[in-house]
Write a protein of this length. Structure first.
Length: 298
């Protein structure tokens, strides 16, 4: 799997990104062993870019990942590590958090980055993503802290997650450094980003979107979900043409759009099948047939 540029800022990532956001769903449980197995499997497939957030796995995944890369003796420059901050969840380990809320204040961002660096046993993050837009923190203050983190070398690049076009524009207007990407929900069943200008704006910035939930949380193959019937039938028929399955075709559909799928599968076999889809070249008309079928779901 050949690395590609995420944007014109120069950073290269694998075409598929592995995320630990579903770490608690692993049938083998959340442990050092399960995290290590995921890391080894991904690297063997050419997936070297990993998506984190401070709260993944009940706030445990970052530490387990850091332990894994240390024990596996993986050279830091062979990995691209991304983590997200600003989305605060209620959790026993966070007694001061009474309700779910967003916080992009300088103090919060700085504290989260310092903790992640310790968790990962590293001196820097490749990508810092603001997890949500925080409307009550001054954008200038957020931008100033992000700039300081980049200048200090603790963060190489910054990006956003789930930002609207206008939120993206507002933050970029306060920065001299580029926003690398937007981490958005995008799949063959949920294509709003193609209609509301989000994809267009990301590409206008000479960047590629990161597509989370690329398989729509398993709905692509859920025969009990009648609302997805049109898409499922189209994918099933066309998958035979490309010698893959519905999910592999859905991954290839995103790659044709120059979106980078962020996989959250806990099943190693599904990760392997997704990796094989990187080499699929979907015909233009087939791409549009899948797209139009999603517009006519019943």
């Amino acid at each position: 799997m050949k690395s590609i540029y995420l944007s014109d800022s120069g950073i290269k990532v694998s075409p598929l990104i592995y995320s630990f956001w579903r770490a608690l769903d692993d049938p083998n449980g959340l442990s050092y062993e399960t995290i290590e197995n995921k890391v080894k499997s991904c690297l063997s497939l050419g997936i070297n870019t990993f998506d984190h957030a401070d709260f993944y796995g009940d706030f445990n995944v970052e530490k387990l990942f850091g332990k894994a890369i240390k024990r596996l003796k993986i050279s830091r420059d062979k990995l691209v590590i991304s983590s997200k901050y600003g989305f605060n969840l209620v959790h026993p380990s966070r007694p001061s958090t009474r309700i779910k809320h967003y916080d992009n204040s300088p103090q919060h961002i700085r504290k989260c980055v310092e903790q992640s660096l310790k968790n990962f046993n590293t001196d820097y993050l490749d990508i810092l993503l603001l997890s949500q837009f925080d409307p009550i923190t001054a954008t200038d203050a957020t931008a100033s802290e992000l700039t300081k983190l980049v200048i200090s070398g603790k963060v190489r690049h910054i990006g956003v997650a789930n930002f609207t076009v206008h939120q993206h524009q507002l933050l970029q207007s306060r920065l001299e450094i580029p926003i690398l990407t937007n981490h958005i929900k995008l799949n063959v069943l949920e294509t709003e980003a193609l209609q509301n200008g989000t994809i267009d704006f990301i590409k206008q910035q000479y960047s590629k979107p990161l597509a989370w939930a690329p398989l729509a949380g398993g709905r692509i193959k859920d025969k009990n979900d009648i609302s997805t019937l049109n898409v499922r039938q189209t994918l099933s028929r066309l998958a035979k043409k490309y010698s893959t399955d519905e999910e592999g075709l859905a991954i290839a559909w995103l790659l044709k759009l120059e979106a980078l799928p962020v996989l959250g599968n806990t099943d190693l076999n599904k990760i392997k099948r997704a990796a094989s889809a990187v080499d699929l070249k979907i015909d233009r008309q087939d791409w549009y047939e899948i797209y139009f079928s999603s517009q006519n779901t019943i």
